[in-house]
Design a binder for this molecule. Structure first.
Ligand code: PMV
Length: 320
């Protein structure tokens, strides 16, 4: 058993949105996801002299062992990491500070576990290859969501847009796109596990479903070219077509559909839900910042509470 550790350490990660390809990606097709470095989560670890290991986050404070079921991903990954690294557990306080809204399709669960494992690696002065980090985060994602593509795991620790397909090496996309995305939170939580299960059920029950997934795959491939060739209008149209398939898959809601319509009428080149759906966020592709603000105001008039801007160009200056 190892004993070496620091007295405190921190780890962080960021949120993400899926530009196109959600749900289909669970069944082996491609998806594009964008990291959102400005919406982040930090996990701080402080060594304690005595008492049980504690967890502090926005909705629970107390012994890690007694944390509610929706924090079981954190509990399990924490224990798995210590067991595999052969560290004798020292009592610690784990403090999670997150700016990523929960259950809105922004990768909160993957980002928290990424930040936790990074913090543990620093605390115990352990090397953490990316593949190991991803393996631990996938353990947490299976607990949190059941069947998962693994996309959130990759993107919450990536600095570049990613083209992801299961069983293939994720590819960074070097976007040249002018224009920005407005990410708008419907204020309603989605449930990734339920949404993914409902699409799986539809695949068994409804023969057309497989063809929807294949068509989403083709849209994603076209979207990669649009991103690289700065075809912002084409990308908008592809997003709209992707949304039609998400409706057919049964994961949009009347409320999301309404927000999407409002965004399009206010000048969005394309708009769709992002992530698992059944609530959560929509994304709207805007030709420029001025129109993005106009769309934001139109959505606010419909009760929108939270929104963020994401500029495609900002990725160009970042390292892969
Ligand atoms: O809602 P989120 O952020 O958990 O995204 C889920 C994306 C899905 O494609 C529906 C599931 C997955 O594992 O890729």
């Amino acid at each position: 058993m190892n004993q070496r550790h620091l007295t405190s350490a921190s780890g962080s990660a960021h949120g993400k949105i899926i530009l196109m390809g959600e749900h289909a990606v669970v069944h082996g097709t491609a998806a594009i996801a964008l990291p959102i470095p400005s919406i982040s989560v930090t996990v701080d670890i402080f060594a304690k002299h005595q008492g049980p290991t504690e967890l502090e986050c926005s909705y629970y404070q107390g012994p890690l062992k007694q944390a509610p079921e929706n924090l079981r991903n954190i509990q399990e990954v924490y224990h798995q990491v210590l067991q595999e690294w052969r560290f004798c557990e020292v009592p610690v306080k784990l403090r999670i500070k997150s700016h990523i809204p929960h259950e809105r399709g922004m990768g909160s669960s993957a980002a928290v576990v990424t930040a936790l494992v990074r913090a543990l690696a620093t605390f115990y002065q352990q090397e953490l290859p990316m593949t190991e980090l991803h393996r631990y985060v996938n353990i947490g994602e299976k607990i949190a969501h059941g069947k998962t593509s693994g996309l959130d795991t990759i993107v919450t620790s990536s600095s570049q847009p990613v083209l992801f397909q299961r069983a293939e090496v994720p590819k960074s996309i070097h976007s040249q796109l002018d224009g920005c995305l407005l990410i708008a939170d419907s204020g309603h939580t989605g449930n990734t596990r339920l949404a993914v299960e409902s699409v799986c059920q539809r695949l068994k029950d409804t023969p057309d479903t497989q063809s929807y997934l294949s068509q989403i795959h083709d849209l994603v491939q076209d979207a990669v070219s649009a991103l690289k060739d700065n075809q912002v209008e084409t990308l908008g149209q592809l997003m709209n077509r992707n949304q039609e398939f998400l409706q057919k898959l049964g994961v949009s809601t009347p409320q999301l559909d309404h927000l999407i319509q409002v965004a399009r009428h206010a000048g969005a080149l394309g708009a769709k839900l992002t992530g698992a759906g059944l609530g959560g966020c929509i994304i709207a592709l805007c030709p420029n910042q001025e129109i993005a603000r106009h769309i934001q105001q139109a959505l606010e008039a419909e009760g929108l509470q939270q929104s963020w801007f994401l500029n495609f160009n900002r990725y160009q200056s970042m390292e892969v």
